[in-house]
Design a binder for this molecule. Structure first.
Ligand code: GLY
Length: 587
């Protein structure tokens, strides 16, 4: 039997300790020893799903045209960062619902020579005129849609600055060279796939409000259909300017003028100063250990790295192989752990440049142990006993992730986004550039959920020049100091639990990336108090979970990982089958 603490007891304990400036002490005198990883041999005979195999370099993206462009850069002698930047621009053309120039994101770069991993933050920033209550009406209630589908929803984009910074610092090719394939793709066009057509149809309303957007993505008043040719001449021109003038074209030049003019026409807040003041930040990754592997991931303003490590810490004393893959016991343990992590997310996470995030405390093994002690295998803790909240049932799965490993062993993991599908749906004037709606990732009002049903606290309130809290989790798992797994996923709130399960499937269950991606996933984010499952769980397991007290919701597939694993200098990669357009290729 285990003791049931009220969630608030644990939260208060951590909060007080941090306020007092002391490190968090364990609630239990002894932290349990980790269970060693299973001695799984990589045995092809046992695999049902097979990864792509290569020896010199590999890219895994959500769009085959972008993967081809990235691989071509590797083959021409570019390194992983050259390829990652080329892919970043290519996805802005080929995956317009999530790839972007008008959004932001995170890049993890592992430099083989120094053995260092750097976390590059090119997340959007709130404009200088943004204010805490900008999404509330005079009664103090959140105005539906204002943080999603208006010009007030747009954060100052970071992608172009991020790509330029990465290329200058770690790349080997000139910007003109890595951006050229994306320019050609935009200029010549490509055939709209089924999934892009479905995304366009699903977003018809928000896209259809803006003439600049309709001019690109609609024909005869309707969104483009599968099989249509999508040509983006304005976007090609914007990228030509960036190729010539660098990021200054976007932040100080003609594109800046186009964005500011767009804002001026519709009461948006972004000014030329906001664009000129945009800053990329190199951050120290958040690091943890799990069964002898090192996990290196994105620190705040992403919540992803901290909570993946926090959950792994809670899991480490348990032998998941004994509990069984996706058995009711494993799902119970992991779901209860997820609930505790997401409750902490709502309280402590925000932009570290604005509030102190208790990163050390949240990722300490002792704190994980204290939280894990509140978990029972027999009975679930209702989320309302942890902390209250009222989530809204919005569903969206946008954002995109890609992974690259080059012949020298440099590795890059990028997750970037416009937030929801096609972001705000607004194309800035004649730039051809879709603008994000990342401001919705702030807490419009602490305690009121955002588009992903996530609750935030004061730490994530809107402030000028602040970065909204993210769940994006580009992650590297290192073995003996070298990349062993390069992974990440889209999926909003589900990103963190998708990355967690990818790591568990790889380490605990010894799966190759194809098997790891093809295994059904589950998700609990504390609020709403539901255990979300994909199809593929046995009815027996679901019955046992229901008996324990879970409210089970069978919902659409979650996450779309792009994973590369390096074993004995051989690359094994796989694009999540949940997205039919994703392709992993190597040479
Ligand atoms: N916009 C989703 C995220 O950053 O988590």
């Amino acid at each position: 039997m285990s003791i049931q603490f009220k969630r608030s007891t644990v939260v208060t304990f951590l909060g007080l300790a941090l306020l007092a400036g002391v490190s968090v002490a364990p609630l239990q005198a002894k932290t349990p020893a980790p269970v060693a990883p299973p001695q799984v041999q990589y045995d092809y005979d046992m695999d049902i799903f097979h990864p792509v195999i290569a020896h010199n370099g590999m890219v895994a993206t959500e769009q085959h045209l972008a993967s081809a462009i990235g691989l071509d850069i590797l083959k021409k002698g570019g390194n992983a960062v050259d390829a990652a930047v080329a892919i970043g621009f290519a996805l802005a053309v080929a995956l317009p619902n999530a790839g972007n120039l008008g959004g932001g994101g995170f890049m993890m770069v592992h430099d083989k020579d120094s053995g260092q991993t750097i976390a590059l933050d090119f997340r959007e920033m709130a404009p200088a005129k943004a204010s805490r209550d900008m999404y509330l009406d005079e009664k103090g209630d959140v105005v539906a849609g204002r943080s999603l589908y208006t010009h007030l929803a747009v954060g100052v984009p970071g992608t172009v600055a991020g790509m330029e910074h990465a290329l200058k610092k770690w790349g080997s090719m000139p910007l003109e060279q890595v951006i050229q394939p994306a320019i050609e793709l935009a200029e010549n066009g490509y055939i709209v796939s089924n999934s892009l057509a479905e995304n366009l149809a699903a977003t018809k309303e928000s896209l259809g409000k803006w003439d600049t957007t309709k001019a690109i993505f609609f024909r005869d008043g309707e969104p483009l259909k599968a099989g249509d040719l999508l040509v983006q001449k304005d976007l090609a021109e914007s990228m030509r300017l960036i190729a010539k003038e660098g990021a200054d074209a976007f932040y100080k030049g003609k594109i800046a003028d186009q964005i500011v003019a767009e804002m001026g026409k519709h009461d948006g807040l972004i000014t030329k100063e906001d664009l000129a003041n945009y800053k990329v930040v190199e951050r120290e990754p958040v690091k943890g250990t799990y069964r002898g592997y090192e996990v290196v991931s994105m620190p705040p303003p992403s919540s992803g790295g901290i909570h993946v490590i926090q959950m792994l810490n809670m899991l480490e004393p348990h032998d998941l192989n004994v509990l069984g893959l996706n058995s009711s016991k494993t799902v119970t343990l992991v779901a209860e752990i997820m609930k505790r992590a997401y409750a902490d997310r709502s309280e402590y996470l925000g932009d570290p440049d604005f509030s102190q995030v208790p990163q050390k405390g949240l990722t300490s093994k002792a704190y994980a142990n204290s939280l894990a002690n509140t978990i029972s295998f027999d009975k679930v803790t209702p989320s309302k006993e942890i902390l209250p909240g009222k989530p809204q049932p919005y569903e969206s799965d946008q954002t995109t992730h890609y992974s690259v490993v080059d012949k020298d062993g440099n590795a890059v993991a990028v997750t970037y986004t416009l937030n929801l599908n096609f972001g705000s749906g607004i194309v800035a004037g004649e730039s051809g550039i879709l603008l994000n709606n990342e401001m919705d990732d702030f807490s419009a009002k602490p305690g009121v959920p955002n588009a992903f049903g996530l609750i935030g606290g004061d730490a994530n309130a809107v402030e000028p020049a602040k970065r909204p809290l993210s769940s994006m989790t580009p992650t590297l798992v290192l073995k003996d100091g070298k990349p062993w797994l390069v992974t990440g996923s889209p999926g909003g709130a589900r990103i963190i639990t998708t990355v967690l399960q990818t790591i568990l499937n790889s380490i605990d269950f010894g799966m190759n990336p194809a098997e790891a991606a093809s295994t059904p996933r589950f998700h609990h984010q504390w609020l709403p108090d539901e255990l979300r499952v994909e199809k593929g769980f046995s009815p027996d397991t679901l019955a046992l979970l229901k008996e324990k007290g879970y409210d089970i919701a069978l919902k659409p597939a979650m996450g779309r990982t792009q994973t590369i694993q390096v074993r004995d200098n051989v690359l094994y990669g796989y694009s999540d089958p949940r997205n039919p357009d994703g392709v992993t290729i190597g040479y």
